[in-house]
Design a protein around this ligand. Sequence first.
Ligand code: ATP
Ligand code: MG
Length: 573
Amino acid sequence: MRMSNLYMPTLRETPAEAEIPSHKLLLRAGMIRKLVSGVYSYLPLGYRVIRKIESIVREEMDKAGAQELLMSAIQPRELWEATGRWQDFGPEMFRLKDRHDREFCLGPTHEEYFTSVVKGEVKSYKQLPLNLYQIQTKYRDEKRPRFGLMRSREFIMKDAYSFDIDEEGMRKSYDIMWKAYDKVFTRLKLKYRVVLGDSGTMGGNVSHEFMAMSDVGEGVIAYCQHCDYAATEEKAAVVYKVDDNQEELPVEKVYTPGVTTIEALEDFFNLDASKFAKSLVYNVSGKPVIAVIPGDRELNETKLCNYLGVAEHELEMADEDLIMDITGGNKGFTGPMNLKKEVRVLVDSRITKMKNLVIGANETDYHIKNVNYGRDFTGEVVDDLLLVREGDICPECGEALEMDKGIEVGNIFQLGTKYSESLNATFLDENGKEKPFVMGCYGIGVSRSMMAVVEQYHDEDGIIWPLVVAPYHVIVTIINTKNQEQVELGEKIYDELNSLGIEVLLDDRNESAGVKFKDRDLIGIPIRITVGKKANEAIVEYSLRKDREKREVHVDEILPLIKEEFKKENMVI
Ligand code: ATP
Ligand code: MG
């Protein structure tokens, strides 16, 4: 491709909307553009990267025995009603009506649709296992679209669905997909970690997330250095011992004017945060719920939703009016004793072992001290409602957990029969008995993966594409396009490399060398050839974007050098 013809609208300035390096660089390099919040277009260079990621995904999925098809993005409401997810997906689902007032959504995912496609067509166990996939555009009206392609409202996903005769088959299909994902993310050169995930509204109870490690990742991970344990913060079990053998003291009401935060309470009572119980009031689809947890810990809302059996969008913090209505006190003075109304009180199990706690009195400006579970209040004891933090005990081996951040690029789920049962999708087993398919589903964020690669491969001057996903393999820069010898040599190299199937950009633009070098660094083409003053001797400069170390080489040496780079990446020319 001649850069004089290439549509590559680079920007010198960083657009204000971009916060993280990958977003800034992809915009500046003219690879993506925003239409509206969370909706992007892929411009020619960016789209080449997307297609390369797609083809790696496709190759590994095909090798793993999955079959590609393509479904529509539009899906009728009835399909989603059958599984309850028309409701569960909540405001994240883009909904629309046709001219006859029939309701549809733009698919945020396709479990229902795939199940319905197989239903009635796959009739016998002999046709199983089956794994079908597509690479398709998904729509989710995210609460906080941000970071460009990282959390967008329209994005490209590879989604696969496996159908097996039993749990054992499903686990096999799951393992096969896990291995295929390992291959995909290894080929994409991502540094990643596989962690236990929460299954959320997807269903089933085993899931793993593939996290590309990055400080800008929205996924928080707890992991153990001493064993294999690693889990998302939503999923990670919080384990710690409470050994409080204090004698239970008589309760005492204390005047605490304006003391509403744990920090202020610590000062006021001269006690550590762990001696308080936090009572958080939620409004769960119109019904109040109070969660009581240790004062030095944070509540894990995913665990709360799972316990209550509700979707995350159904949970919101209660407002002042609701708090006053059920407790009789202002926010900051809530506790599990003397509630004005009948309310569900959930108590984290640790609270039941702590002695002489300080709680809100449900009366403005008062707290109660020396409160003990069982004697002074009760509730539904929930094993674990807490958010993990660094230093918590590893649930597998007992060592201290560490924390890290990642970008979720893939997610695999053992679904079981949630979808097949609710959609009545069955097959006949060996004994002629009707059974629901046992399913798994497997997603890869294609557009998000592009962002993750840039996040891991860039410097202050631009992107450093790994050869496998680079929009072009080689860039040939002609320093002075008015110099005939330089132009001829540049064209010759360009033609020769092109004829070998190497993807080459020829910078034949009538721009200064400075502009060309800046753009070349920005767009991150891995192999660079600079044709300059020594063109008459057939000598050019050769360098790689990743280290930018220049060396003068004769044109005959170019091809072996390029071949070497391809070989390192297991790529053939
Ligand atoms: P997240 O927790 O980041 O919202 P998710 O768990 O809801 O993602 P899945 O339903 O597991 O996402 O979707 C499969 C994959 O699709 C994810 O692993 C991710 O790579 C990608 N993905 C999901 N939501 C988005 C989005 N809004 N923008 C870009 N990619 C996304
Ligand atoms: Mg996920």
